[in-house]
Design a binder for this molecule. Sequence first.
Ligand code: CMP
Length: 163
Amino acid sequence: MLLVIHQLDGKRSAVSERTFVMVKPDGVGRRLVGECIRRFEQRGLKLVGLKIQILSTAIAEKHYEEHKDKPFFGELVSFITSGPTVQMVWEGPDAVAQVRKMNGATNCAKADVGTIRGDYGLSMQNNLIHASDAVDTAVREIGLYFEDSELITYSQPDDQWLL
Ligand code: CMP
């Protein structure tokens, strides 16, 4: 979802995007929700949507439909529906790629130290957090979990420093 191109001094510009992020049952169970939010906030991203829920099998299967033919699909759906998950929409310049970078590689054991998965996990499946892999994926995933009316548009006093 492309929102706006900020022209600053005629040289720099940044495309503001929205991306979908979900803290998985292991991340909630290990009390890492605040840590994930802290990292995205301090990076300068803006939280525009937030909810907590235990996913139904139907929504989990829809969310992960691209993996439906993979051998781990059944186990993945069981895992993601096994406890509370936190859904978030984060907004900011290049938000999709920046959040993916902050989460780290899918396999926590291979994720760089300094990323969420590299600092807090060792598992492939139980990898704490999900984020959209592209702008069009973000549009689809945000639409799965949020109504437009649940996403807030607002400005922050430090917006000018973060472009
Ligand atoms: P996520 O980024 O949410 O996207 C798909 C998820 O499937 C991934 O994180 C992991 O939780 C899980 N996954 C991916 N590959 C494997 C695998 N080889 N074995 C088990 N789970 C996997």
